[in-house]
Design a protein around this ligand. Structure first.
Ligand SMILES: [Zn+2]
Length: 144
């Protein structure tokens, strides 16, 4: 998802209020979009409303945040956040384990697995490797 697509979604979901002041912070690399807005007192719910449609339209692996600053000068901020879900789920195997069966490359050779049959080690790919590493780190800190 690139800037053009994100700005299209933002334009399509933005509240129909020309006077609403807002800034958008966007990072394709970090998969995150953050909107800071300053609604007028009578439309303080606009931040929550925008967050709801934005969170629905942005992909699940993107972080979505809306911060509404209330008052002028600001006396209160309301913030709504949806954390990014991992694009690929951890399958409990070691990071460099075969995509098909989870066995490490060095121990793999050719193996038989019910359902997939005989196969050589298959590269798990960066996304799955990362999901496995994060899950393993989470397990390590949980037991530490
Ligand atoms: Zn395998």
């Amino acid at each position: 998802m690139q800037l053009l697509q994100v700005s299209r979604i933002l334009r399509a979901t933005a509240p129909a209020d020309d006077t609403l002041k807002y800034h958008v912070y966007f990072s394709a690399y970090q998969r995150s979009v953050k909107v800071c807005l300053q609604p007028r007192p009578e439309s303080s719910g606009v931040g929550r409303a925008w967050f709801d449609v934005l969170a629905e339209q942005m992909p699940r692996d993107w972080r979505v945040e809306v911060v509404a600053a209330l008052g002028d000068p600001v006396t209160r901020t309301l913030s709504y956040l949806r954390l990014a879900a991992p694009a690929v789920e951890d399958d409990g195997n070691p990071p460099n384990g075969c995509r098909m069966c989870g066995i490490e490359q060095r121990d793999h050779c050719s193996r038989y697995k019910t359902g997939t049959g005989w196969h050589y080690w298959v590269d798990p790919g960066d996304a799955l490797r990362k999901a496995r590493m994060l899950a393993r780190r989470g397990r390590a800190t949980a037991t530490a």
